[in-house]
Design a protein. Structure first.
Length: 269
């Protein structure tokens, strides 16, 4: 079976993020998602532009935040070399039957604001940043093995991420089922800024100083996509991140992990 261009380690759920920044509280990273994008009426992943809407629900990261469910509009695009998925995009500069390589860019929204919750009083706002990097995929008969590294290029967190991932795609006609698993490694700067770090200047008697250090978080995901007709496609995605202990034990983090799920419907243009 030949895999076409458009293989990508992506977040299918974040394809529906561009119009609602409040969803930035969710780190909906589904890991390395390699999808078949074909220009026909039966492929579970269509080639071209898809506009639609999604319902996204999951666990809030910080104790001061509540779990939320959002219903939002959005879009994604699979082109010949360029792929756009909501808050991120990638450009393929190499692809053959066994390997793919790409340049990567992502806009990461901020996820902590003292103006939103009294419990955050005295903390510094975690602002948005732009990240850039590179990635690659090794295509085998039974699995898609991926690695991606990215770094903040705006000087906000000055942090980096390394994602190592394996996907196991199953395609049955109009249906795609894609379980996957891997590891997200975050630098100390990245983890402290967006995942529970508390600086000395932010510490109080009830909120002690906390340094996450470099973190290693296992992740697992399940992606499905079904082509209802030549013009309509439906998708379901679920992701769970098992927090590194130094994230989970932060005084402001409320869970041992983060679960998010998305149900989406799109119209193919």
């Amino acid at each position: 079976m030949r895999l076409h261009l458009h293989f990508a380690s992506v977040l299918l759920a974040t394809a529906f993020y561009p119009f609602l920044s409040t969803c930035a509280h969710a780190e909906v990273d589904l890991g390395s998602l390699e999808l078949f994008a074909k220009d026909n009426t039966t492929s579970p992943i269509p080639k071209g532009l898809v506009l639609g809407g999604a319902a996204i629900s999951g666990t809030a990261r910080y104790e001061a935040q509540k779990n939320e469910t959002y219903v939002i509009p959005g879009a994604f695009y699979f082109g010949n070399n360029l792929m756009y998925l909501g808050d991120r995009a990638r450009y393929y500069f190499h692809l053959d039957d066994t390997t793919a390589a790409y340049a990567y860019g992502r806009f990461r929204f901020g996820n902590l604001d003292p103006d939103d919750e009294d419990e955050f009083d005295g903390m510094h706002k975690r602002k948005s940043e732009f990240e850039a990097g590179v990635g690659g995929t090794l295509i085998t008969q039974y699995a898609l093995l991926s690695a991606r590294v990215s770094s903040d290029v705006t000087g906000r967190s000055n942090g980096q991420e390394l994602l190592l991932w394996a996907d196991f795609p199953i395609v049955k006609g109009k249906l795609l089922i894609m379980p996957g698993m891997g590891m997200m490694i975050r630098s100390s700067n990245m983890a402290n800024y967006y995942f529970g770090g508390i600086s000395k200047s932010e510490a109080t008697a009830n909120r002690p100083e906390w340094d996450t250090g470099t973190t290693f978080s296992p992740m697992t995901a399940l992606i499905t996509s079904y082509r209802f007709s030549s013009k309509w496609v439906g998708m379901f995605a679920a992701n769970y991140e098992f927090y590194d202990k130094d994230i989970a034990d932060s005084p402001i983090v409320q869970h041992n992990g983060e679960l998010y799920a998305t149900v989406a419907v799109g119209y193919i243009w």
